[in-house]
Design a protein. Sequence first.
Length: 241
Amino acid sequence: MKALPLLTGALCAALLAAQANAHGLWTEQRRGHIETIYGHGAEDNAFKAEKVSGAWAYDARGRMIPVSVERLTDHARLQPLRPPAVLGVALDNGAWSLTPDQQWVNQGRSQVPNSTRSLHTYKYSLAIHAEGAKLPELAQLKMVILPETDPLRVGPGKPLPVRVLVDGKPAAGVELIGDYRGAPHQVSAVTDAEGRAQVPVRNAGLNVISAEVELPVKNDADIETRGLFASLTFLGETHRE
């Protein structure tokens, strides 16, 4: 495989978490449906469904499956034509500005002229649903946590090798949260110079591994930085009847 260029210098120095980027995105199966979850730890917040900007489903061979987004009043539900092996989702959370009284407003700094900080946040989710699934190209996900072995075959308590890519390039120094739902502030690993890390599988049930970065943006009237969040979800043990 051809080596990818690394994120270095000021870009790596800008890998900082932001308050407006605190909420994450992942998917869960509930009542027979695939639901998009926007929250932080145990929080499961309502959000504007139109913020889901894309969804992509694939079979075990990496072939695309048609998927629609059902936009409900307080969240979005994904409806693939048939059960997917791999599922990706993107959410565009818009521009955010911090006012002098430390309140975040979902607008750019051109609309909040007294803002002290401004950023545009994006959330990305990758879910692995089937053992042996082939990962397709995932260029739609501008930040992604890629498992480097089948996560459904690792097992609880064992390390899962992953690689974090930002804009298609390995990202060094990124903190990985091994259990975003259960322990959203507990760092399990940090990526090396090639964007790789070993993250212990925490749960027999649903695992949500996450990471987030903040990257500088130049010559934009509305924002100073771009905030990216990525999650990787999978079951620690395959459910068998």
